[in-house]
Design a protein around this ligand. Structure first.
Ligand SMILES: [Ca+2]
Ligand SMILES: [Ca+2]
Ligand SMILES: [Zn+2]
Length: 372
């Protein structure tokens, strides 16, 4: 119990540090002159396996038959400015973005606090559903309704008129059923890997219908991008974690700071049910994809379904995936990054798919190079 308490405090402290540093990004970039060199380092220097147990993620090998699932978002993001004048702190996360999501159980209470990088001003909050109580000038408690659904909790800065939407997804409670409303989930392991809480069976699943498939869960990502590719009719079910969304948005911001043309990321693989993970021949029973905090991604601004030439050498190959891999591996040394630490996998191209990078937020540092 003591260890768990300490790690929660460490996560919260890391999140606040991230918040403070987030407003001062130039300084961090300036501190890392070797970043480019690392990204270009020879393949041989990339660890083929660091800290790996039985928890490596294998690559996904198929495309979804439904073009709306996986890949890039469809349509235009409702968010013109991803960052507002304040951040929101909720459930051990701090989001500096004007759109973010949280995932709760029916009746769950969530405390939401506004954190300012500039001068605090007068705030107001409203929620379409559930109960919202004001606890202080900058703090509220929202009690989720009893039925599955999604609700925007809007916090607005009265002075500037800027507002932030926290999309609260009320999940369907999950107790290990192999199928939910005809949708195959499969079997989660009863014993968490190394007894780590991040490997506990998910307590709830997000219900995905044709109606909410296109919901924007953060400024640059849509719910449909993370849905498992096993197919079937709707409703379907999904596990997604806020920390992954924060990490993906951070990766996009950092790539743009390096002048990489990246409007969004192609999500090759987000959530995988244990059923699907076994069906595609994965040998691990503890893939982070089944716990909702992993994504296999690449930059595909030109829309050809393969990694773009983001290092500008005229070819699209492993060196482009190395730009993302190297950037994250390098950030690992920074204290603010510890909340985002986790698995990092480099996947070379094969005849069917281009190179890609796996990232997750499991907490402990794991590195690997996958088969092509
Ligand atoms: Ca491309
Ligand atoms: Ca290239
Ligand atoms: Zn992966």
């Amino acid at each position: 119990m003591i260890a768990v308490g300490v790690s929660v405090i460490a996560v919260a402290a890391g999140a606040l540090l991230w918040l403070r540093l987030a407003g001062n990004q130039e300084a961090i970039v300036a501190d890392r002159p070797q970043a480019e060199a690392v990204a270009q380092s020879p393949l041989a220097e990339i660890a083929t396996a660091v800290g790996l147990g039985e928890d490596q993620c294998d690559r996904d090998a198929v495309r979804s038959e439904d073009a709306r699932i996986g890949g890039k978002p469809h349509g235009k993001s409702p968010v013109a400015n991803p960052r507002g004048g304040f951040s929101l702190k909720f459930k051990d996360e701090v989001s500096p973005y004007t759109l973010m999501s949280t995932f709760v159980l029916p009746g769950e209470r969530v405390e939401i606090e506004a954190v300012f990088t500039d001068q605090p001003t007068e705030l107001e909050a409203k929620a379409e559903e559930g109960q919202l109580e004001r606890l202080a000038a900058d703090r509220w408690r929202w009690t989720a309704p009893d039925v599955a659904g999604q609700h925007c909790i809007q916090v607005r800065d009265v002075g500037s008129g800027k507002s932030t939407c926290l999309n609260a997804f009320v999940m369907v409670p999950y107790h290990g059923e192999p199928t939910i409303h005809g949708y195959a989930i499969g079997h989660y392991q009863e014993k968490p890997l190394h007894d780590m809480p991040s490997y506990l069976m998910p307590a709830g699943l997000i219900e995905v219908t044709e109606k909410n498939l296109g919901t924007w869960v953060s400024p640059h990502f849509q719910l449909a991008q993370f849905l498992c590719k096993q197919g079937g009719g709707f409703p379907q079910y999904l596990v997604l974690r806020t920390r992954l969304l924060l990490k993906l948005e951070m990766v996009l911001e950092r790539l743009r700071e390096r002048d990489v043309d990246a409007d969004e990321l192609f999500v090759m693989s987000g959530y995988r049910t244990p059923h699907y993970n076994a069906a595609i021949g994965n040998t691990t029973k503890y893939s982070r994809h089944s716990y909702g905090d992993a994504a296999d991604v690449f930059v595909d601004n030109d829309g050809n379904g393969r990694m773009d030439d983001i290092n500008g050498d005229g070819k699209s190959d492993l060196a482009d995936a190395l730009v993302i891999y190297g950037m994250l591996d390098e950030l690992s040394a920074d204290s603010w990054y510890q909340q985002f630490e986790g698995g990092l996998g480099l996947y070379p191209p094969n005849p069917r798919f281009g190179p890609m990078v796996h990232m997750d937020t499991r907490g402990n540092k794991v590195r690997w190079k996958g088969a092509g």
